[in-house]
Write a protein that binds this ligand. Structure first.
Ligand code: SF4
Length: 414
């Protein structure tokens, strides 16, 4: 009799999965399969459906509870799958009451509220990972933007933030509990605070956390929207060594017309200027980025501008998404790029990303880096490069290591 959690998608979903398991256990449940779905691509939703059917076959005695963005958007479709006892909305899933009432008489299978009516984050989650040395700390949920390819706002609702003092206090407690690194997570963390009194921005939050938690060794940001980065954030990057010099940017494309058709808020020149400005303030900064290949109407020339953005911005960690139309989005009604061209462009972007990563790893050889040791003799540098140690090292420690080489994916410590 166990509670099995199948978590799909982003770090926020992973953190919420941990919180849901704890609430389900606290409510006395013992034989459940929790499926926390993702809707970012059609494939992600299909994988969750497949996992539900497999679980129903392999664990016929267990009840399946489904939640997450795909379930929020299509609750009836998930409720119709075999052995699904309940479909729970994204705003309801981390609430203790939801799990206490799971078996309430007459509750019905679908318990999904209007996500656009959500006005608070509710129970903000903090989940430990990497041998409990790193914690994901939720500071925000939802998104006010409406990029033409994206369904996330329909799964997560509009942007809402966790009050600054609450986040700072959670960070202080986590650092007191021995957490070495906190990763601030959400859906669109650069819109942090827009719904709070006094509208504190992400930079103010970062500074408040570092002031409230002097024991915290490392603070990291999950993905940010460069055009929304505030001056305080850039100042913190320049002056706060505990703020990790690693930014994962939601760039999506390198061509201005494609960015316009995506309804992004930045242009190509803005992205390049942002990276230059941050690099001038913090030379050791490492950039990652999300890029979509094959957005509708993208020509070969437009794609070439995404490809050369890798060098222009000095990107190292690429997350490449072959465009997949999401039903109901404006982009799904635009003239598509042929599938084989989408696949081919995604492969070329990944190649460019791998070459950039290898160049970055090679440039690290000979350097000394403070590595947060996770488990199994591995860890991460401040720039988020994975490191392998040649001998067992204690998880949860930050070691100053000399980089002796790399294997194309990991740095190798001396
Ligand atoms: S900023 Fe755009 S891509 Fe990101 S969650 Fe919001 S709508 Fe989606």
């Amino acid at each position: 009799m166990t509670i099995e959690v199948l978590s799909f998608g982003c770090r926020l979903n992973a953190a919420e999965s941990d919180a849901m398991r704890a609430e389900a256990v606290a409510a006395g449940h013992r034989d459940l399969i929790l499926v926390n779905t993702c809707a970012v691509t059609s494939d992600a939703a299909a994988q969750a459906r497949k996992a539900i059917r497999r679980s129903a076959r392999e664990r016929p005695g267990s009840r399946i509870v489904v939640t997450g963005c795909a379930a929020q958007i299509e609750p009836a479709a998930f409720a119709a799958l075999p052995r699904v006892a309940a479909v729970i909305g994204n705003a309801e899933k981390t609430s203790p009451q939801t799990w206490r009432d799971l078996d309430a008489p007459g509750a019905g299978p679908i318990r999904v509220g209007d996500i656009m009516a959500a006005r608070s984050v509710g129970a903000a989650v903090a989940a430990r990972e990497a041998a409990r040395t790193r914690a994901l700390l939720q500071v925000q949920n939802g998104c006010d933007h409406r990029c033409t390819f994206c369904v996330i706002p329909f799964g997560r609702g509009n942007s809402r933030s966790v009050p600054l003092a609450e986040v700072a206090e959670q960070a202080r407690r986590l650092a007191g509990d021995g957490v070495r690194e906190i990763v601030l997570t959400g859906v669109d963390i650069t819109s942090y605070g827009s719904d709070l009194r006094g509208a504190p921005r992400l930079g103010a939050l970062v500074k408040a956390i570092l002031a409230a938690a002097p024991d915290l060794q490392r603070l990291r940001l999950s993905s940010i929207d460069s055009v929304e980065a505030d001056d305080d954030l850039l100042d913190a990057l320049a002056t706060e060594p505990r703020l990790m010099p690693h930014l994962h940017l939601s760039l999506q494309a390198g061509d201005d017309l494609v960015l316009k058709r995506m309804k992004r808020r930045h242009g190509r020149a803005d992205a390049i200027a942002f990276c230059e400005r941050v690099r001038a303030a913090r030379p050791e900064v490492v950039f990652g980025a999300d890029l979509i290949a094959g957005f509708p109407t993208e020509t070969e020339a437009m794609f070439a501008r995404s490809l050369d953005l890798v060098a222009e911005c000095g990107l190292t960690h690429l997350h490449v998404f072959p465009f997949s139309p999401r039903p109901g989005t404006p982009a799904a009604r635009m003239p598509p790029v042929p599938r084989n061209a989408v696949r081919d462009r995604a492969a070329r972007l990944r190649e460019a990303g791998e070459a950039a990563l290898v160049a970055h790893l090679a440039a690290e050889v000979g350097a000394r880096r403070d590595v947060l040791v996770e488990r199994g003799g591995t860890g991460r540098t401040p720039g988020f490069a994975p490191v392998r140690f040649p001998r067992p090292v204690e998880a949860g420690t930050v070691l100053s290591a000399t980089i002796a080489g790399h294997d194309g994916r990991h740095l190798l410590a001396a």
